[in-house]
Design a protein around this ligand. Structure first.
Ligand SMILES: [Zn+2]
Length: 128
């Protein structure tokens, strides 16, 4: 933290809500858009629970029903990694990127996560 800067508990994305884990990782409007990318890819409708732990439990339970369990289960990590990294850039370096770049970063993280887990099956990303 830089000297003279006020501690800020507001979300660095929406600047409206108090930054909590639940807000940052599942309820912030920016984070919700990233979740929506994967809901759309999967063709599902989803209502977010109140807490991050519930979201993860439900997500994994749904993933166990999927034909692509491995890919499904890394989605929260990809979203949270992307959000956390961008949040820290905004907080500590006073830098931000547009949402389209954030979305691209998240999808790239997902791509590398899938290919690390299953490098020979990267083409199945197309059938997510
Ligand atoms: Zn927010």
């Amino acid at each position: 933290m830089k000297r003279g800067r006020q501690l800020c508990s507001r979300c660095f994305f929406c600047e409206r809500e108090i930054e909590t884990t639940n807000h940052l990782f599942i309820h912030c409007r920016v984070t919700e858009k990233l979740w929506q990318v994967f809901f759309n890819l999967r063709g599902i409708s989803w209502s977010m629970p109140r807490h991050t732990s519930e979201a993860l439990t439900r997500w994994n339970r749904e993933g166990n029903l999927s034909d692509h369990k491995e890919r499904w289960k890394i989605v929260p990590v990809c979203i949270w990694w992307t959000i956390r990294r961008e949040r820290n850039q905004r907080c500590f370096e006073n830098k931000s990127i547009p949402f389209q770049s954030l979305k691209l970063n998240c999808l790239i993280t997902f791509f590398f996560g899938v290919t690390m887990y299953s490098p020979k099956r990267w083409r199945i990303l197309l059938s997510f």
